[in-house]
Design a protein around this ligand. Sequence first.
Ligand code: ZN
Length: 595
Amino acid sequence: MIRYQITSADPASHYFDLRVTIDDPDPAGQAFRLPNWIPGSYKIRDFARNLLDLRAASGGQPVALEQLDKSSWRAAPCAGPLELAYKVYANDLSVRAAHLDHTHGYYNGSSVFVEIVGCADEPCEVAIERPPPGYCADWRVATALPRAGAEAFGFGAYRAADYAELIDHPVEMGDFLRIPFEACGVPHDVILSGRFACDAERLAADLTKICELHIRFFGKPAPMDYYQFQVLVVGDGYGGLEHRASTSLIASRKSLPQPGAQKVSDEYRDFLGLCSHEYFHSWNVKRIKPDVFESYDLQREVYTPLLWAFEGITSYYDELALVRAGLIDEASYLELLGQAMTRVARGLGRTRQSIAESSFNAWTKFYQQDENAANAIVSYYTKGALVAACIDLKIREASGGRYSLDDVMRRLWQAWRSDERGVAPRRIQALASELAGADLSPLLEAWIDGTDELPLAELLQTVGVEVETRAASNAQDKGGKPVDGELPAAAIGALLKDGEFGVAIQRVDEGGAAQRAGLAAGDEIVAVGGLRLKLAAFEQQLLRAQPGERWQVHAFRRDELHVFDVELEPAPATTIVLRATDANADARRAWLQSG
Ligand code: ZN
């Protein structure tokens, strides 16, 4: 048994104070380490950079420590028990690390609890201590970590069967709103922290539908006997991370259902999609997982070509679940799918990188995107979701509607339940072929390992959906729906936003008009034809322009003013709109209503 204690003498300092007791330390000297990354977020984050004041003692006497690398140490041999003490600076307001101030405390175990090398399979106990009285007097504790003496939602003792479980239950402490509900008999809680207004009843009702849909999709019983949605509500933010019996989310205030509102706003639809996404992960990646994730090496990168199957397929089902659960209508779902197709179509990176390569290089590319990302890489989330749609529609077509990707997922789940082994790289192709009754492997491999355009338009026809393409109406146009007004015929080949003085260039299309003229991401256009303008005026001017027209553009690069001669290009038709037709309506209904 490894015993941890976490507290904070002064939340305003952002320091968590940690104590770890090892009763029987390694007689040769006990090694311990902090993870360098957190499962679900594939980037080396070096959490040990926030660790300080590390000391070791045994029987009241100091024990010497040797540092082995950036995140590992070894205590000199001692009789035990060995006690470690350290602080962790917690000021990262994300779902991946730890945050502590006078408003709340939050941590992932991977940011605060050192792993005792050689003892990862031993049970752990953690005492979550109440911070000093004062502004923390009303604080409670929210976590899916099993209790070992603590009252429900109280400070005190919690336990984990092993280190992997210890760090897979994030902890929120503060004065939060708890919204309980049940899904298929399993108790769930939404924990809302921050400042917000929320129609709690509606949120509980909508999440119940989503959770029950996912549980029934894979088949009862649910893989967890309790589940918690931990939501930190902020002015502007979006993100989520999946865990075995909970998820940590960051959401903007306006994404919650407002009291009195009837409609599903675009922001609330995104929030429900995020909840749906993380909940689907309870099966797909937390349990069904790539073979190399069977046991994580948290000190270094773990490479897999399969993230598309865990993030892409999950992204496909997160939105599909909203229409299947009746929370959005068919048109709203087709808008979301059209937006995903638009995002992929607008990036040249799709012609360079396959989703398998994108998965493999997530650590250095997808998770470390720069201004050239759209030209250089493809998202294994977004294109992965489109490949999932292709696989789904292809199996439906080939099997005459008997099977679908739903059945592939259920078979993966059955396989995991029987042996708890990870998924090997070609497994999905094999299962899809089996269900389709035809060898789909060459086709699927082209979609997964290749960069040719996906045949999604043809496949969508089999479920009575037409794909239309058009130019983008302005910088805010995410696609997915038709526009009433006029569309520009000309474009500058750059993604723009309002800047401090004029129009900021967020990125340029490789080989596009802006780049050919010498403009670059980070430049700020301040005048066209010698006249100052902001984004709205710039877009108005584009509406009246023709391809081939030349514009004299003044722009700042850093603090230097430059003049560029831009020859406008034809506006690309990469904005996609989907429309349901009368044909194949039965197949469409089966697709959007099954599950
Ligand atoms: Zn995900």
